[in-house]
Every structure is written in structure tokens, then in C-alpha cells.
Design a protein around this ligand. Structure first.
Ligand code: 9MR
Length: 511
């Protein structure tokens, strides 16, 4: 099911599609223990692509020698999971304690790693004295906290999550002592204070559930656009990426990253993990590996995506089981510090075993359509679509979308959409209804169909994807004038259904 989205984002030309194996929607994984001592580390693989690969860590874990060895060798960047948060660094007003964070920065220096500072201003892990201040004193306390901490870590921290998690799920600002005292201005005030304290650090806003297109990432997009317009020092957006097998992959992550990059900002994946309902099984583990791979692919495809940090690398030290009882197994390595299939998927996506990853032209595709619904005046629209790879190489599906245009008529402006059946499995198909900013003849909305990943071999077809949509009040459509509708009941090439690879139109004619 999906609800209506406004079509407002600018589409720019796509970057080269990643060409992956020739299997149709098969997530061929190469998990298993890493044996060769001389094989490239995750960070070396990422660095060859101009990115870093990092992990969160925490002070108690560093006394686990086996854990620390892999942390120090496999990753080129670390983030303290807790030790730079306000409750640790200024538990009592004016009493600063950077002991724990200093252990992290010393570990990083020993292992030639960069550090992302996390985090200066957050509603959580905030000592109660801050919330108990009269609102008129909060700005001074916040500025002092930022100034002391960012000054202390000057030179040791390359990037700061200056403000963490400013938004609610619907894109409204989250209430916090900072918001209560200063309204939305607290974000700019915090960024300016951090910049004054450490002009060399990259300054980020960081949040979860902003990885895909949606209300919350729209809110972040609007905020950072405004901050940039006002000349507020801001370098990047952190997408935490706490994903879950059972909730699906974020909608159009790559396109979402690209719209932030197009503003001139860096993008970082800051807290990646992919949890699941326990126990793990092959299907969940395969989906998890696919999600990790897709995040890597999205970052590789967007030049301004500077790197990926996993929210600790092993299930042994994951935050998930204590927060979501019954869930876990979210990390790249298991509780015995052995790499899982997701680890192999990340390595493969980072170009392990090839010459560092190949770029190529956007895939060559065409859309085919058949009408599975004789009635033009009922309350559902039911296009059957299939996507065919007309090129000579495997086409990456993670970046491909199709559009079926229609007119909404009267009734509710919200929609549900459905994939009823497909041989590739509806769980691999994403769909939503988008309202056009500028309606055309026969088209004021479109059904957008995408894929969670996989690739299509040369000449191969996805096979039928049976789609259906309705208005949430189940009022009737008049399909007779719909731009993309045809009357043929067998599959045929459909020039009025568009296919995009990345942001580039590769098939069809837009209305
Ligand atoms: O990993 C952190 C965990 O050890 C703490 O108990 C938890 C408390 O909120 O915070 C965890 O890290 C969070 C991060 O700071 C912000 N994004 C969500 C992370 C997971 O909760």
C-alpha cells in the first residue's frame, strides 16, 4: 500500500548504472568467513571508490581484544556510539568530562581512522538539568556545550552530527528543550556555534527514516535548503539507515541522496544496520544482504555520498535486541565476530574481486503493457506491466522506475496501490501514486513502479507485474481518457508508459 506523494523533486541526469550479475533478481551472495589475510578490507575497498567505510563503537567493547582487532583493521572511520553525547560529556552544568570520547579518538589515531563526532544537540541522552532550565537560559547552555565539546575535539573529529533527529515521522519538528526555547532557530544557532568552535569540521544534520523519499526526508530537504539560503554553515546530511527486513527498503534511496547532493551537500550513511525478527533464516538473511548491498550501491552512485558507517559491525554489540525485543541479527558480523552473507554482499558491491567496479551507460529497457481490466468506470485501475532489458548487458533494477499516467477524477486525493502478483515476487516491487504538479491531457497522477534491487539479464523480462490502485474513498475513475491506458489484452510494447534509469528517461513518451 502507498499513499499519494507530491511530485516536486527535480530529476537530474542519472549516474552510470552499476552493472551486476546476469541473474534475474537473484541476490547471489558470497558470504562466509574471510580467509585470505591479504584480502582488501571493507575500508580499502570503499577507499578505492573514494568513500570511507566505518563502524560505531563504544568504550566497554574496546576491552574485547578480538573485537578491537577487527574494528582497528577493517574500518577506516569510527563513531562513538555513546561517549560524546551530552549526558556523558556534561552531566552537570558546566562540568565537562571528555575522558570516554578521548579513548575513542586515541583508538582512531592509533589505527589511522577518522572520527565522526556524535552528537552535540539531541533530545535524548540529555541530562535532566538541560530540560529543567528556564527556556531563556537554554540557548546559552547549548552554545556553551557545543563550544566546549567541539573545541576540545578540534583536529580529532572530522565531522560532527551537530543536531541529531530534529524531526517527527510526519516531518514536523520534534519537541525538545531546544525547540521549546528557540523554535526552529536552534538548528542554525547550533551550526553557527559548532562552526565557530571548529571551522574545519564538516557539520551535519542527522536523522533516521530520511533515507528514502517521503514526508520526513522532505522536511529535512526543506530545512537544509533554507539553512543554505541563509548562509548557515552546513556541510552534509546524515542518513542513519536503521533498516529492518520486515519494513522494506527505503523508497528511492539513491534519488533521495542525489537531491541532497544536488544542493551542494555531502551525504553520509551514518548508522547502517538491518534488523529482523528472530530467529534469522535464509530468506531474511538474503533480504538483509540485499539491503546492505543496495545501500552501498546507492552511495557509490552518488558522488557526494562520502561514506558508510555501520552501527557497530557485530551482533555481539548491537543496540537492537534491547530496544526491539525479539529482533536482532542486524549487523555484518555475527555474535562470534564471523562475517555473515551481508558482509560478502557489501564486499561484492564495493567491487571486491573485480577491477574496482565498472560504470556503464544507463540500462536499455522497454515497457510492455496489457489491460487486465475491461471496465473503464469502476473504482480500480489495474495495469499489467512488464519491463524488458533491450541492452547487451545486465541492467541494475535498483534505479529503474516505470510510470503509468492516469486522471484521478473526483473523490479522495489519497490512494492505495497494490502489486497483486508477479513471477519476480511482489516483495521485490515498489509502487506509489504521485500527483503531478503540472497536469497534462489525460494525466494528473501516475503510478510509479520500482524495484528493491536485483538485475535483469540482457534480453530478459521481469514477466508480468499485476498492479492495482484505488482512491482511499473507493470513488470511481473515468479511465477512458487516461494517457497510459490501452485496450490490448496481450502484452505489447507501450510507448505511453515511461521507463527511467536513474533520472534519465530511457523508454516512452511523457504526456
Ligand atoms: O547505540 C546507542 C546505544 O548504545 C544507546 O543505548 C542508545 C540510546 O538512545 O543510542 C544508540 O545510538 C543511537 C544514536 O545515538 C542515534 N540514532 C539511533 C541510535 C540507536 O538507538
Amino acid at each position: 500500500m502507498s499513499s499519494v506523494m507530491r511530485c516536486g523533486h527535480g530529476r537530474t541526469r542519472g549516474l552510470p548504472a552499476l552493472l551486476v550479475g546476469a541473474l534475474t533478481l537473484a541476490f547471489a551472495l558470497t558470504g562466509g568467513p574471510a580467509t585470505a589475510a591479504q584480502q582488501d578490507t571493507l575500508h580499502e575497498l570503499a577507499a578505492a571508490q573514494g568513500k570511507y567505510f566505518g563502524s560505531a563503537t563504544d568504550n566497554p567493547e574496546l576491552s574485547d581484544a578480538a573485537y578491537a582487532a577487527t574494528l582497528g583493521s577493517e574500518f577506516g572511520q569510527i563513531t562513538p556510539g555513546n561517549s560524546m553525547k551530552w549526558d556523558t560529556t556534561e552531566p552537570v552544568q558546566g562540568q565537562f568530562d571528555f575522558t570516554k570520547g578521548d579513548v575513542i579518538t586515541a583508538f582512531a589515531a592509533q589505527h589511522d581512522q577518522t572520527v565522526r563526532g556524535h552528537t552535540l544537540v539531541w533530545h535524548s541522552q540529555l541530562p535532566s538539568w538541560v530540560g529543567n532550565l528556564p527556556p531563556a537560559q537554554v540557548e546559552a547552555a547549548m552554545t556553551r556545550h557545543i563550544t566546549e565539546e567541539a573545541t576540545h575535539y578540534r583536529g580529532a573529529v572530522t565531522a560532527w552530527d551537530v543536531v541529531n533527529e530534529p524531526f517527527n515521522e510526519d516531518g514536523t519538528f520534534r519537541t525538545s528543550p531546544f525547540y521549546t526555547a528557540m523554535g526552529t532557530d536552534y538548528v542554525a544557532t547550533a551550526l553557527r556555534a559548532a562552526h565557530a568552535a571548529d571551522p574545519d569540521a564538516k557539520l551535519y544534520l542527522n536523522d533516521y527514516n530520511i533515507e528514502g523519499l517521503g514526508a520526513k526526508s522532505d522536511a529535512m530537504y526543506a530545512l537544509v535548503s533554507e539553512l543554505l539560503d541563509e548562509g548557515v554553515p552546513l556541510d552534509g546530511v546524515g542518513m542513519q539507515a536503521h533498516l529492518a527486513v520486515q519494513y522494506g527498503f527505503p523508497y528511492q534511496m539513491q534519488a533521495n541522496m542525489r537531491r541532497f547532493a544536488d544542493l551542494g551537500l555531502d551525504v553520509a550513511v551514518t548508522e547502517l544496520d538491518v534488523r529482523m525478527q528472530l530467529p534469522s533464516d535464509t530468506a531474511k538473511s538474503d533480504t538483509q544482504a540485499a539491503y546492505y548491498r543496495q545501500v552501498v550501491e546507492a552511495c557509490l552512485a552518488v558522488e557526494r555520498c562520502v561514506g558508510i558507517t555501520v552501527w557497530d559491525y557485530t551482533d555481539k554489540y548491537s543496540w537492537v535486541p534491547s530496544t526491539f525485543p525479539g529482533q536482532g541479527a542486524a549487523n555484518l558480523y555475527d555474535e562470534n565476530l564471523l562475517p555473515k552473507p551481508a558482509h560478502g554482499a557489501v564486499r561484492t558491491a564495493l567491487g571486491a574481486g573485480d577491477d574496482g567496479g565498472q560504470g556503464g551507460e544507463p540500462g536499455a529497457f522497454k515497457a510492455q503493457y496489457r489491460n487486465t481490466d475491461a471496465s473503464v468506470g469502476d473504482n480500480q485501475i489495474k495495469p499489467g506491466l512488464q519491463l524488458v532489458n533491450t541492452g547487451g548487458t545486465a541492467g541494475d533494477l535498483s534505479d529503474v522506475t516505470l510510470r503509468y499516467w492516469f486522471t484521478a477524477g473526483n473523490g479522495a486525493a489519497t490512494y492505495s496501490s497494490w502489486c497483486d502478483w508477479s513471477p519476480i515476487g511482489c516483495s521485490h516491487v515498489t509502487h506509489r501514486v504521485v500527483a503531478m504538479d503540472t497536469p497534462e491531457a489525460g494525466a494528473d497522477h501516475y503510478l510509479e513502479v520500482g524495484f528493491t534491487g536485483g538485475s535483469l539479464a540482457p534480453g530478459a523480462s521481469t514477466g508480468e507485474i499485476q498492479l492495482r490502485l484505488n482512491k482511499t474513498d473507493w470513488s470511481a475513475f473515468d479511465e477512458s481518457d487516461d494517457y497510459s491506458r490501452g485496450s490490448g489484452t496481450s502484452y505489447a510494447d507501450a510507448p505511453k508508459i515511461a521507463v527511467y534509469a536513474g533520472d534519465e528517461l530511457v523508454w516512452g513518451i511523457e504526456p
